[in-house]
Design a protein around this ligand. Structure first.
Ligand code: HEM
Length: 401
């Protein structure tokens, strides 16, 4: 029966270049609609705030394909060894995997903030050396800052960073994605062995220790070897592009809203609130990962049959006028509470405190250093990467003074 469901036609380039426009049209006309997004099969796109929160918190929508209705499916990506992480898991596995990582991750963040400031200052110094010329802020600043911070947190040596900064330019291309999976799996297999032989004070060492001591003691609270590998892969995949996009798109939003930029310069204590509004307004992630229905589930007045994929459009929820009045207006002082740029429910972004810290450091330091910064091309000429999941610029040419 469900094969009769006809997906809404999609103009891929229009979606990539203006996801907010695409989502606004769906939200108004068909807020729960079957679509065929690039890189996905048919999935039900859910675009209203209330429905997105429902989908993200209803346990009848699952991530672990072994729970597929009528017998379960084998887990894709197992061939490359990077599948068994928390974002592919449901409770109780999810609870266990997240707890182990959280325990190693969170206590390390406080010490990272001064380090992020140093890294930002170093990058700004390098940019100042080319002052006067047009510079790609994405390549020179928005990208290296979070990549360096996360690598230091994980304990990835500087010499290896180029090897793991395999930006997935073709996310929606399965073969390209698998190539990246294989490369990162090979790299992390080597790193795990190195840290096991010689542990450091980094997150990878802490997770290797958590894995090995739990295995020795037969504890129920550890990680298996494949879970450890997959977790490291997840941290890199979830932690790079997302934050890069927030810093780059956040800077663009400020440059194209000079009154808001001036407001922030006049009152730097607005910075944490500004980052929340930039998260809501720019939504570095278009939609959360797909979930499937384990039974028939009513969502927003539509019954989604069992065994269907569902995509909760978090960026659309963040622009839903029913939740955020005048949603297309950037207002650094607005009440952004409840925005879903980091998701909602059990899979709420584990890295949110790190991402917030990085964005505050990045934007705060950038505005101070280059008060005369301006866009070097008309905003309409900027191109966005052709990726269904992520909403990120290809480049951001600016003049520093
Ligand atoms: C601006 C930056 C970021 C944004 C917008 C973002 C967004 C998100 C979203 C929407 C989810 C939920 C996905 C879903 O439910 O399908 C998520 C989950 C996750 N994020 Fe982030 N993220 C960011 C940065 C980071 C960073 C820096 C890290 C860590 C290195 C990180 C690690 C994770 C992890 C591990 C999960 C899975 C949590 C779970 O399954 O319980 N993220 N993120």
């Amino acid at each position: 029966m469900t094969d009769a469901i006809q997906p809404v036609p999609l103009d891929e380039d229009a979606y990539y270049q203006d996801p907010a426009g695409f989502f606004a049209r769906l939200r108004e006309s068909r807020p729960v609609a079957p679509v065929r997004m690039p890189g996905y099969g048919r999935a039900w796109m859910v675009t209203r705030y209330a429905d997105v929160r429902t989908v993200l918190s209803d346990p009848r929508l699952a991530r672990d394909v072994r729970r597929w209705p009528g017998g379960g499916r084998s887990r894709p990506g197992e061939a490359t060894g990077v599948y068994a992480h928390m974002l592919h898991a449901d409770p109780p596995d999810h609870t266990r995997l997240r707890r182990v990582v959280q325990k190693a991750f969170t206590p390390r963040l406080a010490a990272l903030s001064p380090r992020a400031e140093e890294i930002a200052a170093g990058l700004l110094d390098e940019m100042a050396a080319v002052r006067g010329d047009v510079i790609d802020l994405l390549g020179a600043y928005a990208s290296p800052l979070p990549v360096t911070v996360l690598c230091e947190l994980l304990g990835i040596p500087a010499a290896d960073r180029a090897r793991i900064t395999v930006t997935v330019t073709a996310y929606d291309n399965r073969a390209e994605h698998q190539r990246v999976e294989r490369e990162l799996a090979a790299y992390f297999t080597e790193l795990i062995a190195a840290r096991r032989a010689e542990p450091g004070d980094d997150l990878v060492s802490a997770l290797v220790l958590a894995r090995d001591s739990a295995a020795d003691e037969g504890a129920a609270d550890g990680l298996t070897g494949s879970e450890l590998l997959a977790t490291l892969y997840l941290l890199v995949m979830a932690g790079f592009d997302t934050t890069v996009n927030l810093i780059a798109s956040g800077t663009l939003a400020l440059l194209t809203h000079p009154a808001e930029m001036a407001r922030l310069r006049a009152d730097p204590s607005l910075l944490p609130a500004a980052v929340e509004e930039l998260l809501r307004f720019t939504s570095p992630v278009n939609h959360a990962n797909d979930r499937f229905t384990t039974e028939d589930v009513p969502v927003g007045g539509v019954v989604i049959p069992a065994g269907e994929w569902v995509l909760p459009a978090t960026s659309s929820a963040n622009r839903d006028p029913a939740r955020f009045p005048g949603p297309d207006r950037l207002d650094l002082g607005r009440d952004t509470s409840g925005h879903v740029a980091f998701g909602y429910g059990i899979h709420y972004c584990l890295g949110a405190p790190l991402a917030r810290m990085e964005a505050e450091v990045a934007l705060g330091a950038l505005l101070l250093r280059f008060p005369g910064m301006s866009l070097a091309v008309p905003a309409e000429e900027l191109r966005w990467r052709p990726v269904s999941l992520m909403n990120g610029l290809e480049s951001l040419p600016v003049r520093l003074a």
